[in-house]
Design a protein around this ligand. Structure first.
Ligand code: COA
Length: 257
C-alpha cells in the first residue's frame, strides 16, 4: 500500500465520490492520465486556451476512466461514452451511474451502484460581495431567504456558494442540467458535521424521481457536493486520491486517503 487506506469488502455497494487535487499532479502524472483518453477527449483537451483548464479536464476524464475501470473490472482505455438528451455522459455498454466535475485545481468523480448521481466541485470565492443578484434570478425564494437572513457578507457569500454547489449536483443527478427549472427545488446546506444537506422539491416530477440523498464536504478552498437518487441508504463516502493512489487505481485496487 503506497498511501491512504485500501478499500476492502463490498466497496461497490456504496456511493463513492473521489476527488483529486490537480495542483498535486506532476507533468508525468498528467501525461499518464492523458494517455488514457480517447481521441475525442484528447482533442477536447487540446482545445482549452489555459493550461489550468486543460489539466483539470485531463485529470477529471483520466480519473473517471481509472475509477470506472476499477469499479467495472475493465481497462480504462476500453470504456466508451455517449451523452444523453441534456448532455449527461453515460457508458455506451451500460454500467454504474456516474458523474464528473472539474474546476481549476480540483476534480471529482462520483459513482453509485444504483439509481443516479450528480457531483459538483466549486472553489469558495475570495470575493467579498455575496452574489445576491444571481441568487434573486436563479434560486428559489426559500434559498434567497436563507442567504439574506445571514448577517455578514462573508456568511452570505459562503451560503450562496454552498447552495450553488448543491444545486449543481442535483441538476447533474437528474441529467437535465441547466434545462431544469432551478427554482423548482430548494436545498439547505447542513448546519453541522453530523447532519446532511436537505432537498425540498417544488415540482411533482422531481418528488416522484425517488429518494434523494445529498452530502457536501469542504476540501481546502473547494466545496464538493453529491446528490443521489434512489442510491444506497448508507451515506456517500468521500475519498481523496493522490498521484500515488492513481497508480493503484490503474491496477484495479482503489487505495485512497
Ligand atoms: C453542464 C452543467 C450540468 C455543469 O457545468 P459546470 O458546473 O460548469 O461544470 P462541471 O465541471 O461541474 O461539470 C461538467 C461536466 O458535467 C457533465 N455534464 C454535462 N451536461 C450534463 C448534464 N445534463 N447532466 C449531468 N452531467 C452533465 C459533463 O461530463 C461535463 O464534463 P465534460 O464536458 O468535461 O464531459 C451545467 O449545470 C452548467 O453549465 N452550469 C453552469 C453554471 C451555472 O449556471 N450553474 C447554475 C447553478 S445554480
Amino acid at each position: 500500500m503506497r498511501d491512504g487506506i485500501a478499500m476492502r469488502g463490498d466497496w461497490r455497494n456504496e456511493t463513492i465520490i473521489v476527488s483529486l487535487s490537480v495542483d498535486g499532479l506532476g507533468s508525468r502524472d498528467l501525461a499518464s492520465l492523458h494517455q488514457l483518453l480517447d481521441a475525442g477527449e484528447q482533442g477536447r483537451a487540446a482545445s482549452f486556451h489555459f493550461d489550468a483548464d486543460r489539466h483539470s479536464y485531463i485529470a477529471a476524464h483520466g480519473l473517471l476512466r481509472l475509477f470506472l475501470g476499477a469499479w467495472m473490472g475493465r481497462s480504462p482505455t476500453q470504456l466508451a461514452f455517449n451523452t444523453g438528451t441534456w448532455g449527461k455522459p453515460a457508458l455506451v455498454r451500460g454500467g454504474a451511474p456516474f458523474s464528473i466535475s472539474h474546476t481549476r485545481g480540483m476534480v471529482a468523480v462520483a459513482i453509485a451502484p444504483q439509481g443516479d448521481v450528480g457531483v459538483d466541485v466549486e472553489q469558495l470565492s475570495t470575493r467579498r460581495e455575496p452574489e445576491l443578484e444571481i441568487a434573486d434570478r436563479w434560486f428559489s425564494p426559500q434559498e434567497v431567504a436563507q442567504i439574506t437572513a445571514l448577517e455578514t457578507d462573508a456568511e452570505k457569500r459562503e451560503r450562496f456558494m454552498r447552495i450553488w454547489n448543491l444545486k449543481e449536483a442535483v441538476i447533474k443527478a437528474t441529467g437535465r442540467g441547466l434545462s431544469q427549472e432551478l427554482a423548482g427545488f430548494s436545498v439547505t446546506p447542513a448546519t453541522d458535521d453530523s447532519s446532511s444537506p436537505s432537498l425540498e422539491c417544488h415540482e411533482e416530477w422531481l418528488r416522484q424521481a425517488g429518494h434523494w440523498q445529498l452530502e457536501q464536504w469542504q476540501q481546502g478552498k473547494y466545496l464538493l457536493s453529491v446528490a443521489g437518487i434512489n442510491g444506497p441508504t448508507t451515506k456517500p463516502r468521500h475519498l481523496k486520491v493522490t498521484a500515488d493512489g492513481l497508480a493503484a487505481l490503474a491496477d484495479g485496487v482503489p487505495v485512497m486517503a
